[in-house]
Ligand binder design. Sequence first.
Ligand SMILES: [Zn+2]
Ligand SMILES: [Zn+2]
Length: 242
Amino acid sequence: MAALSSILNAVLDFALPPRCPICGVTVEGDHRFCLGCWQKLDFLVEPWCASCGKPFEFAQAAGTKCAACLIEPPDHDGVRAVTAYDDNSAVLAMGLKYGARLGFANLIANHMARFVDDDMTDSLIVPVPLHRQRLWSRGFNQSVLIGKLLATANDIPMRTDILIRRKATPPLRSMSSSQRQKTVNNAFHVPDRAKKAVAGRSIILVDDVYTSGATANACAKALKRSGSERVLVFCWARVLKD
Ligand SMILES: [Zn+2]
Ligand SMILES: [Zn+2]
């Protein structure tokens, strides 16, 4: 069913005039927002925490870390989120994930490209994996779609075989932070055959939404245990309020 609706949406995306993915008004080109929605989106910019990338309200000295990172440093090396998670950015995330609006992945990847630096050409793009049961029922992994577009546009290789989700985890949303950690703990692993590809490498971990960081952290932990040098998280939207 998911596969069929993806095909239908792909056909519709092709046949109809381009529309703003948030409000639906006709726009000039594919993969663009209308001006009104563009202005409403909360694009995240510096200054941000040197460790997790959470934006600061006011300018801070270079290298300043947020309180949360000082108390408990994350396993990853920073988050680059295009927008804050709110009603507007959620339309894209939800439309892609649950509405199979696969064209939204283009828009997300285009925006993520601004986080790619010259020193990342030797990196590997690794999408956050879905458990095979969920992949089977949804028909696609939204992070793989975004990652593939980001990889092609920036000439960075993507690998989907080096990080495996061995545990299907329930939605983390309503859990406390320690419950979340416990739930995703050991959910991810790097198989032995992939360890060589990870050792000493910088990884760009791609996800659609960064909520509590528990998933990204569990992925980073597994990648670093296998010798990855740095794990940067790229995502479309980040939840900033507790
Ligand atoms: Zn709009
Ligand atoms: Zn921080």
